[in-house]
Design a protein around this ligand. Structure first.
Ligand SMILES: [Zn+2]
Length: 198
């Protein structure tokens, strides 16, 4: 796998270009700056097969429409994100494919497995590919995403425990901020260890 990270816009969202060895690629969370993303795609000779969204907040989706116009590729999101109120999507949420728990989407030689991780939003997902975990705004290095923008703290704590229970270690690529790895978060992330009562 080849991985390129672009940090985009005022909210400094991490947009990931993930490709196999011959350049068949996906774009994860294109939040802003479509021309910059397209330049990166061209420079690296990538053939973009799909756009994956970890959730529907505006800072993760702002470049979707111009990219679809330029690349003619499908856009995947969890169907629950369609119920986010407009002030959280700024009307920018557009998709034509849905994915949910356990779905596997193949792109070239890469397979992405969808893990439902509600909490930041009801339809937040994480994506697993090889030993990489794309965690959106669910798991951050030493922290987790906000739950007051269409989500739930109880769901978040359950989702963090679900990620901690995955087998083995993963490099974790977050929606904002630095990369981490799952073993470090299992040891040090206070939210993973927080007790919760339903
Ligand atoms: Zn978000």
């Amino acid at each position: 796998m080849k991985l390129y990270t672009l940090v985009l816009g005022d909210y400094q969202v991490n947009c990931y270009l993930v490709s196999d060895e011959v350049g068949r690629a996906v774009i994860i969370d294109p939040g802003y700056e479509p021309e910059r993303i397209l330049r990166a795609v061209k420079e690296r000779n990538l053939e973009v097969k799909a756009i994956f969204l970890t959730h529907g907040h505006f800072d993760h989706i702002g470049a979707v429409k111009p990219l679809v116009q330029a690349l003619q590729c499908p856009v995947y999101v969890h169907p629950k994100e369609a119920t986010l109120p407009p002030y959280l999507t700024q009307g920018l949420l557009w998709f034509n494919e849905e994915y949910a728990e356990g779905d596997v989407v193949s792109v070239g030689d890469l397979s992405f497995r969808v893990i439902e991780t509600p909490g930041h939003t009801n339809g937040s997902v994480c994506l697993l590919c090889e030993d990489h975990l794309f965690s959106g705004d669910t798991l951050f290095a030493g922290s987790c995403g906000r739950t007051d923008l269409g989500g739930s703290m109880l769901d978040m704590l359950a989702s963090l425990k679900k990620l901690a229970a995955l087998e083995g270690n993963y490099r974790v690529h977050c929606g904002h901020g630095p990369e981490t790895d799952l073993d470090t978060e299992r040891r040090e992330n206070p939210y993973i260890h927080q007790r919760s009562f339903r």
